[in-house]
Design a protein around this ligand. Structure first.
Ligand code: ZN
Length: 395
């Protein structure tokens, strides 16, 4: 980097004074380059910083994002303020809440990665800081159950407040060090170390001690390529997620009059009862369909309109009535201008009837042979009128 990177000296620097070196316009976007910066440009899995730039003349610009390009840190700016010029003095203020969250996620990622790589003899092959959870990829099969031990161990390590150590070893010293992400790196290599948990080549910003990571909570472990993708949250993100889950569980507990550690048992029991009730209801419905259909024995073409019901009920009732009357049986279930229907009858008349019905009653549906089903956007009155006009009926 040509500019001074202040976040390496002090990752907790929130404000700084600098001088504008260059202003670039690329398409719609404008970028400011400074002689020094505390804004972290995205890298090593860590998201770039945002914040504000204040100028002597009172102008204020929002820094939307920070990234590296051709060895320079580009501060992407927005705002109506005048475009700054090279040589202008500026005060930079970073969005600290956002940055500290990134530091919690990044340091946490190092601690659990160090522990996981050691335990499962694997490598961290991917790290992504999402807006919600953080994902880390490992080239080993790791189950969610196996992660529980790591979670306990990492939370203990975090609470013990081990100091974070940043090192810039010489090439000779570097060769002797045992650290993660050991590849042929050109130029100076920065080593980020949480003693006893992790040592890794890294360009990101970290908390000063492990206690500032706050806590770790794993969310999932899924198979990914030949390894595992782990979803995890650290610090405030972990707390907020757990608080949301707690609120949900508490509300379920109130609803079921169940203690918070018994909600699963209650819900499981209710699900079983629901399945049994549905089964019994299905059986009763079958019987009822038989009883209703028997009323139409010997009658001719039949139209039945009932309150809203499932397509399955409508289909079964139409079939059962047709079996009894041997003629056309049309069942409509619904209300207002929305009805589901099924028609069962002789193969010679059902397809034609269905065609004119969907056309006249603003419907859609299809069928095969002596059966058709679908829905219409018409009123009960429209349906009855259609039936009178199209069917020679005696009811
Ligand atoms: Zn890192």
């Amino acid at each position: 980097m040509s500019e001074e990177l202040l976040f390496y000296e002090d990752a907790y620097l929130k404000e700084f004074d600098a001088v504008v070196v260059d202003v670039l316009q690329k398409g719609e976007k404008r970028y400011v380059v400074l002689n020094k910066t505390a804004f972290y440009p995205e890298g090593g899995g860590q998201t770039g910083d945002s914040g504000w730039l204040y100028f002597g003349n009172g102008a204020e610009l929002k820094v939307e994002y920070t990234r590296k390009k051709e060895d320079r840190v580009l501060h992407e700016i927005s705002g109506k303020g005048e475009i700054p010029k090279a040589g202008e003095r500026v005060r930079g203020v970073i969005d600290w809440d956002r940055r500290f969250d990134h530091m919690q996620q990044h340091s946490g990622e190092h601690i659990v990665s160090g522990m996981i790589c050691r335990k499962f003899s694997c490598d961290n092959v991917g790290f992504h800081m999402g807006a919600d959870a953080v994902t880390i990829d490992f080239n080993a099969e790791i189950s969610f159950e196996e992660l529980q031990e790591i979670e306990t161990e990492a939370n203990r390590y975090i609470s013990e407040d081990h100091p974070f150590i940043s090192m810039w070893p010489s090439p000779e010293e570097l060769k002797k060090l045992d650290y993660r992400s050991k590849k042929e790196l050109s130029g100076e290599v920065r080593i980020a170390c949480f003693p006893g948990a992790d040592m890794c080549a890294c360009c990101g910003t970290h908390v000063s001690g492990s206690a500032q990571v706050g806590m770790v909570k794993f969310a999932s472990a899924e198979k990914f390529h030949d390894g595992t993708r782990i979803e995890v949250r650290f610090g405030k993100r972990a707390f907020d997620h757990l608080a949301m889950n707690y609120a949900q569980n508490k509300a379920i507990g109130v609803l079921l009059s169940a203690k918070e550690d018994k909600t699963y048992d209650y819900v499981k029991k209710q699900a079983e009862e629901l399945a049994e009730t549905r089964y019994r209801l299905g059986q009763m419905e079958e019987k009822m369909i038989g009883v209703i259909a028997a009323e139409y024995k010997e009658k001719k073409d039949t139209l039945i309109i009932v309150p809203p019901n499932s397509p399955e009920y409508v289909r079964k009732l139409a079939g059962a009535v047709h079996e009894q009357n041997g003629c056309l049986a049309a069942v409509f279930a619904g209300e207002a201008r929305s009805y589901k229907y099924a028609v069962a009858g002789p193969e010679s008349s059902v397809p034609d009837l269905n065609r004119s019905m969907t056309a006249d009653l603003n419907g859609r549906g299809g069928g095969r042979g002596g059966f058709a089903q679908g829905s219409v956007a018409s009123t009960e009155e429209d349906i009855r009128r259609f039936w009178r006009d199209h069917i020679r009926e005696d009811q």
